[in-house]
Design a protein around this ligand. Sequence first.
Ligand code: HSE
Length: 399
Amino acid sequence: MTIGLFGFGCVGQGLYDVLNHSQGLQANIEKICVKNANKPRKIDMSYFTYDKTEVLGKNNLDVIVELIDDSDEAYKIVSEAMSNGVNVVTANKKMLAENFESLYKLQEKNNIALIYEGSAGGSIPIIRNLEEYYDNELLSSFRGILNGTCNYILTRMELESKNYDAILNDAQSSGFAESNPWLDVAGFDTLYKTCLLTVHSFGMILKPEQILNLGIQNITFDDIVYAREKGLRIKMIGTGYKVGENGNGKFRVYAMPHFVIAKDELYNVMYEYNGVEVEGAFSCKQTFVGKGAGSHPTGSAVLSDISALTYDYKYGYKKLKKQASIAGKLPNGELLDNDFEIKVYIRFKDKAEIKDIEIISVEEEYKSTRTNYIVANVKFKSLFALKGNAESKVFVCAV
Ligand code: HSE
């Protein structure tokens, strides 16, 4: 395999190391395109170029591996490579989730592989399993801790009684967090990964704006204490599940903090580890756990994709094709249900901060001069008022 690589940051360097230790895979990186010409590099400078056409124009490459930070630029690179008939491996969940439909169509049109195991769950082989292993299984749900940074912050806040900001800095220096950590803590990264798992679990292409994501950016130590007193933990979870009768059911898909009980398989998934629980009609519940972020774990998932290309692997998109044949078009949201009630814990300072949330009934209420919270049944749809809202200081957690 001759590889043209875009990006030599945390994951790119991880791939380089993992590739150097791999046994059996004959693969070499021919050229690496990077943005910053002044950054010192750990390997020979002859590998590098700053001109993307130098890599995209090569006709001896078996695969383009895209591992850059900028999702718009990544989309341009990936679509150009695919249009040129070159297989692509990427770990760019934002780029994939935001452009899924057109990337899917490009794969079909050019009969080309675009594979992306490293984009969700880090080192956990979840996408290929959802696609292949559960291809005939009636999957009813997935729920996963999909963001290593959030889980790392939540774990250390709880175990070390530390505050949020100090730990976020550690997550950044450990290479877990995105260069824009808002994507992690406000739940966008979990949302993008949830979009990808929805394609491979249920055959539905959803746009990130159709799905609710709430994050942990406003969490305080009071929330951790509330959970601890009740024997619960707070986990940032992306979930998708079927509701209603088989054959005419709908799907609920969202990403937000959840309280989990000690018996929950996700309760003991700590630090930067991810965990995904999948439930099928016959297989029942199965949980996959592994490192969800970091240079080598993600590099190993990328390497596994490169290796899969040696036996001409590509996603079959069997569920997506089945749903498309039922609907007569690519399914993109008709089966999504955002119209239901959900029980949540809402912590706020001032009632005005939660005026847009439609509260149906309050089960528990606490007032003090420092903070207030309620546990209430609310209209799920109304929580969209808090999605990506950088002004809001409200913390919401599913009960
Ligand atoms: N920032 C991401 C995370 C990296 O923390 O999970 C891995 O996708």
